[in-house]
Structures are given as C-alpha cells and as structure tokens.
Design a protein around this ligand. Structure first.
Ligand SMILES: *[C@@H]1O[C@H](CO)[C@@H](O)[C@H](O)[C@H]1NC(C)=O
Ligand SMILES: [Ca+2]
Ligand SMILES: [Ca+2]
Length: 210
C-alpha cells in the first residue's frame, strides 16, 4: 500500500514536471520606442511600472496605484522567473504584456491571498529606467580553488571555514556540526550524486563566464 502511494506520488510529480516544462513565457511588445538609449541586461537596476492580473482579469497589484515605480536588480533572483526572462533586452519607454505560466511565477504554492496555487499571471509592464547594477561576486569561482569547474567536499569545507573566520568565528573543521553542514550542502546541490558539485548543479551566485 505505502509503496503504491509512493509510486503514484512519483508519477504525479513526474507528470507535473513534464507538464510544467511545456509552459512557456509569452512576451507581447505593446509599445515600442523609436530611440532606444540602452537595452536592459542581466544585473541592471531597472525601474518599472506594472499592473498584475490573474488570467480571469482580477487585478492583484499595481505600481500605478501606489504612484511609485518599482525598482529591483535583474538576474539575482529578486523577482519571479517570468520577470527575469521577460524584462531583458527592453528599452526605456517600451511596454510589454507578459503572460507568465505558474512554473515561472509562484507555482503550486501561490502567494498570499491574492494569488491562488497554479496561477498564470498577466503583467502589463512599462520600463521607466535602466542602469548598470553591481555585479554580484562569483561564489562558485571563489570556492573552486583548483579551477577544475567542480566543487569537492574539501573545497566547500575550506570555503565555509574561511567565511567563518572572516566573520570572527572559529569552526573546528573536524567537528560533527561542520561535517553535517557540508553534507547537507551536498545532499541539496550534488544532484547527480557523483560527489562533486558542477557549475550547473550549483544554485548559488555564479556567472556563466568562468
Ligand atoms: C478570479 O479568480 C480569483 C481567484 O481564484 C477570484 O477570487 C476572483 O473572484 C475571480 N474573478 C472573476 C472575475 O472571476
Ligand atoms: Ca574544484
Ligand atoms: Ca554532481
């Protein structure tokens, strides 16, 4: 019985995964500008106005109503994936309608009372301003001391110890606590369980250009 439930759970998760993969972001440019000073790129600080709606037309958020545009940095996970992808290569003054499937928005959890689970979101966005933002540190590169583009147990362990020292803490490298922390990181990050964390697997700050 318990096994059947497990198998069923797995099949459902797999089906949801396959289904989600098929859903893509839709970008409609609704207003273009003739003279574009600069197009948005990863790590830009962008200022924008937006109206957010559910796909049945119910509005759940609007920066116009607050009378204040929203500012954030692209490419560092501050906003939903649909925004990260849908606001690139955009000119100040340009307007777009983004139709964002749940897997690129708030997924099967939804958000607060306003956004139910599995909601497709429609955002009407207008880029007000864009400017260079700070490039975040490449943590992967910092950890990968021997530069083989993989993180070993020792490299992760040494990195954590060096971070602790920088924060004025002294951790015993052979303590159970420290070993558990390293193991937890590998449980989470080493997806294919080959004992090293590859650049693809690594979920922390990294750049493609290594
Ligand atoms: C749209 O969906 C939301 C959330 O399910 C619901 O609260 C709202 O009443 C719906 N609006 C319309 C116009 O059907
Ligand atoms: Ca390495
Ligand atoms: Ca791996």
């Amino acid at each position: 019985m318990a096994n059947n439930v497990k198998v069923l759970g797995f099949l459902l998760a797999f089906a949801a995964y396959v289904f989600c993969q098929e859903e893509e972001l839709k970008i409609d440019v609704t207003h273009t500008v003739e003279k574009c000073e600069r197009r948005t790129q990863k790590h830009d600080l962008v200022t924008m106005h937006y109206v957010g709606k559910l796909d049945n037309g119910t509005q759940f958020d609007s920066s116009f109503e607050r009378n204040q545009p929203f500012q954030f940095q692209l490419g560092i996970g501050q906003v939903i994936k649909g925004w990260e992808q849908g606001l690139l290569d955009m000119c100040p003054g340009e307007k777009r309608t983004l139709t964002i499937p749940p897997n690129l928005a708030y997924g099967d959890k939804g958000a607060g009372d306003a956004i139910p689970p599995d909601s497709t979101l429609i955002f009407e966005v207008e880029l007000v301003h864009t400017a260079d933002g700070p490039v975040p540190p490449n943590v992967f590169k910092q950890i990968d001391v021997n530069k083989d583009k993989e993180l070993s147990h020792d490299e992760v362990s040494d990195y954590l110890l060096s971070q602790a020292v920088q924060h004025g803490q002294n951790i015993d490298k052979d303590s159970e606590d420290h070993k558990n922390v390293v193991q937890t990181i590998f449980d989470h990050e080493d997806k294919d369980k080959d004992g090293v964390i590859s650049l693809d697997e690594f979920s922390g700050p990294k750049h493609d250009e290594l």
